[in-house]
Design a protein. Structure first.
Length: 80
């Protein structure tokens, strides 16, 4: 009986300490590498132009370069 009570109290203390541990961990800068935006249409079309505009906007907002890659073919399954 005492063992079950002691184990319950240990779990309760551990559960109460978890939020405090999360605050101690420092946040990493995200994203740390260039972002790849994959488009399933050939270059030069309206989807490509829109993706490049969005990529430029994201580059300014996130601070990391956004690379737009066109992967047409196979019914856009390659990009998916």
């Amino acid at each position: 009986m005492k063992t079950q009570r002691r184990r319950f109290l240990q779990f309760a203390v551990a559960a109460a300490a978890l939020p405090a541990l999360a605050r101690v961990a420092g946040a990493q800068t995200y994203p740390s590498r260039p972002v790849r935006l994959i488009i399933g249409y050939p270059p030069g079309g309206p989807s490509d132009m829109l993706a490049r505009l969005i990529g430029q906007w994201l580059t300014e907002r996130v601070g990391q370069p956004v690379i737009v890659e066109n992967r047409p073919g196979a019914g856009r399954n390659i990009a998916t």
